[in-house]
Design a protein around this ligand. Structure first.
Ligand code: C2O
Ligand code: CU
Length: 461
C-alpha cells in the first residue's frame, strides 16, 4: 500500500464493501429519538469512579428496519454517555475489540498526555488501557472519540463518538433544567448505500454526499417533550459539516459552549455549530399547548428533529441572568501566529506550511504560562476554505475575530473554533499542570486525519 502519510487513507478494510450513495428514503418524524444510555461505573471508591468500556464493531439500528455495521463504544452508534462530577477522578478501562488499533480522546478534557489519545499512541487490537481523567475543570459538555493516526476520520464517522458530561453541585444549584429535562443531542450527517451501510468515500465531497441528518443516531426522529424548559446539549459530531440550526423562528437561549456555561444567557433564533463544537441551549416549550410541534431545522440538510409537545408539566427550572463570572485574563507572555493553508502540491492542508509529523515539535510552550495564538486561515489559490481549529489540553478564550469582539456565544471557554477562509481568530490559553506533547488540528476530520492538517505542541517545565 502507498504509505504517504499525508494522503493515504488507510480505511480500506471498511470501505471495501460500500456501494454508491443512495437516499435511504426515511419518512421524517416516524421514529422516536433515543437518549443515549448512561454508562454505569463498575466501582466507586473515595473520589475515584471506575468504568469499563469495550470498543467493538456492532450492528446498529440507524435506518428503520435495517442493520448497519458500525464501530462503537459499547455497542451503540451513539456511545453511552459518561457522566462524572467535577473534582472526582474517572479511570476508564477501554478494551479494544475492534480488530485493529483504536484509541480514545476526551475532547475538551484537561488530561495528562498518556491519557489524551495521542494519534500514534493506540490501544493494540485485543489489548486494553486505562485512561485517567482528573475532571479538574468546570462542569461542561465534552465528548469522547477515536483519534488513531489516519483512522480517526473513518472511525468517528462509523460511530466512535459519545458524550462525556462533567457536572458540579454549583451548577446544580443554579436551577437549570436537569435530569430527564437535560438532554444530550448529537447531530451529524451521514451517507448510506443501497444496503443501508454507511459510506465513507474520500473520492467525493463529504458535504455533497453526506446528506442524511442524524439526531442521536436516528434519521429525522421526533422527540416528545413536556410544556416546560429543556436543556439540550447539542454536539455537532459531523466530520466535516457546519450546521446552521433554527427552531422555525422560535426563541432559544444558549447558556453554554465547549468549556461550560457562558457568562450570560444568549437569546438566539439561529445557531451555527461546526464539527466538534458544543452549544448548551435552553428551549422553553412552556405555554405551548399539547399537540404543538417545533422542528429543529437546518439550512444545510433541512429538518433534523421534531419536538412534539405532548403534556403539561410543572416547571421550577430557571435560567439565571448571570451564569458565570469570567476571571480576568492572565497576562500573556507570548503571541504566536499559526497559519492554515493548502499545501503547495494541492493535495494536503497545512499548518505553518507543514503536514503532521509526530516526530516534530511545532510549538514549545512553557508550563504555567499564558499565550495568545492568532490563527490565520489564509486564502488559498482556490479561494477561501473554512477550517475548524481545535487545541488539545486547554480551554481557551476567543479574544477577537479579525480584530472585532467575538459574538456572545463565544465569550465563554472554547476548545474548538470555526475559522472562515481568509479570516483570523485570536485565542488566549493558560497551559497549566501537564507537560508533554499534545496535538492541535483542524477538526474537519478528513483534513486532520488524512490531509495532514495537524501539528503538535510540547509543554515543558
Ligand atoms: Cu476532537 Cu484532536 O480532537
Ligand atoms: Cu480543515
Amino acid at each position: 500500500a502507498d504509505e504517504t502519510p499525508a494522503a493515504a487513507p488507510t480505511g480500506h478494510q471498511h470501505a471495501a464493501a460500500a456501494g454508491a450513495v443512495v437516499d435511504p428514503g426515511v419518512e421524517p418524524f416516524t421514529v422516536r429519538m433515543p437518549v443515549p444510555r448512561v454508562l454505569r461505573p463498575t466501582r466507586v471508591h473515595g473520589d475515584h469512579d471506575f468504568f469499563e468500556h469495550v470498543i467493538r464493531p456492532a450492528e446498529v439500528g440507524i435506518l428503520p428496519g435495517r442493520r448497519t455495521a458500525a464501530l462503537t463504544f459499547g455497542g451503540s452508534f451513539v456511545a453511552p454517555t459518561i457522566r462524572v462530577k467535577a473534582g472526582r477522578r474517572a479511570r476508564i478501562k477501554f478494551v479494544n475489540r475492534l480488530g485493529e488499533p483504536a484509541n480514545v480522546h476526551l475532547h475538551g478534557g484537561h488530561v495528562a498526555p498518556g491519557s489524551d489519545g495521542y494519534p500514534t499512541d493506540p490501544i493494540a487490537p485485543g489489548a486494553s488501557r486505562i485512561y485517567d481523567y482528573p475532571n479538574r475543570q468546570a462542569a461542561t459538555t465534552l465528548w469522547y472519540h477515536d483519534h488513531t493516526h489516519h483512522q480517526e476520520a473513518e472511525h468517528v464517522y462509523r460511530g466512535m463518538h459519545g458524550f462525556y458530561l462533567i457536572e458540579s453541585d454549583a451548577e446544580k444549584r443554579m436551577g437549570l433544567p436537569s435530569d430527564e429535562f437535560d438532554v444530550p443531542l448529537m447531530i451529524r450527517d451521514a451517507a448510506f448505500d443501497g444496503d443501508g451501510q454507511l459510506v465513507f468515500d474520500l473520492t467525493v465531497d463529504p458535504a455533497a454526499s453526506r446528506l442524511v441528518p442524524l439526531a442521536n443516531g436516528k434519521v429525522r426522529p421526533f422527540f416528545p417533550v413536556a410544556a416546560r424548559r429543556y436543556r439540550f446539549r447539542i454536539l455537532n459530531a459531523s466530520n466535516h459539516r457546519t450546521f446552521h440550526l433554527t427552531l422555525g423562528g422560535a426563541p432559544m437561549t444558549q447558556i453554554g459552549s465547549d468549556g461550560g456555561l457562558l457568562p450570560r444567557p444568549v437569546p438566539l433564533t439561529e445557531l451555527a455549530l461546526s464539527p466538534a463544537e458544543r452549544a448548551d441551549v435552553v428551549v422553553d416549550f412552556g405555554g405551548a399547548p399539547a399537540g404543538t410541534r417545533f422542528v429543529l431545522d437546518s439550512t444545510d440538510l433541512g429538518p433534523i428533529l421534531r419536538f412534539d409537545v405532548t403534556r403539561r408539566a410543572h416547571d421550577t427550572s430557571r435560567v439565571p441572568p448571570v451564569l458565570r463570572t469570567m476571571p480576568p485574563l492572565a497576562p500573556a507572555v507570548r503571541e504566536r501566529e499559526i497559519v492554515l493553508d493548502l499545501g503547495p502540491e494541492m493535495r494536503t492542508f497545512t499548518i505553518d506550511g507543514k503536514t503532521f509529523d509526530p516526530d516534530r515539535v511545532d510549538a514549545v510552550v512553557k508550563r504555567g504560562t499564558t499565550e495568545i495564538w492568532k490563527i490565520r486561515n489564509a486564502t488559498t489559490v482556490f479561494g477561501p476554505v473554512d477550517h475548524v481549529f481545535h487545541m488539545h489540553l486547554v480551554q481557551f478564550r476567543v479574544l477577537d475575530r479579525d480584530g472585532a469582539p467575538p459574538p456572545p456565544g463565544e465569550t465563554g471557554y472554547k476548545d474548538t473554533v470555526h475559522i472562515p477562509g481568509g479570516t483570523s481568530v485570536r485565542v488566549q490559553a493558560t497551559f497549566t499542570d501537564f507537560v508533554g506533547r499534545y496535538v492541535y488540528h483542524c477538526h474537519m476530520m478528513e483534513h486532520a486525519s488524512m490531509l495532514g492538517m495537524m501539528a503538535q505542541m510540547e509543554i515543558v517545565p
